[in-house]
Design a protein. Sequence first.
Length: 151
Amino acid sequence: MFLDTTCWGGLRQALEAGQMLETFQHSAAAHSAAAHSSAAHSAGELGIQLASMLHLGACLPNLNLAADAHCHHLTGYILKGGKLPHVGGAVALPKAPGLGVEVDRDKVAEYAEHQARVVSYMHDRDPGRPDWYAIWPEQNRADPAKKRVSA
């Protein structure tokens, strides 16, 4: 099963899915919404999702397929310090607090202005359903005390 920190609604949801797979002795594969692969994969997401996928992979023992990242072709990045370095064919798990990366807010503003200029609609919006919004992260969590799912 592909796990994706963006499409699943965040790290916690992807982690829970991976743990469920482990319970039933199934392998997990991580996947970026930006591209397709058979393992942990990151493409045109400018670093934050790559950091989240690295952390997901570090804590799932059943994530046992090779990982890949395709961000080396990007000419811009929104992380301070630039792209996460590839050394010996690998990207190290960031060690700083949180996801281990720091966002360059000036670059975010620059890319937001560029997107507003050149993109006709947001990628997470459906122009055919203007009143529809995805509800992420998932709000209906199991409540062990009540033995039911909360609304």
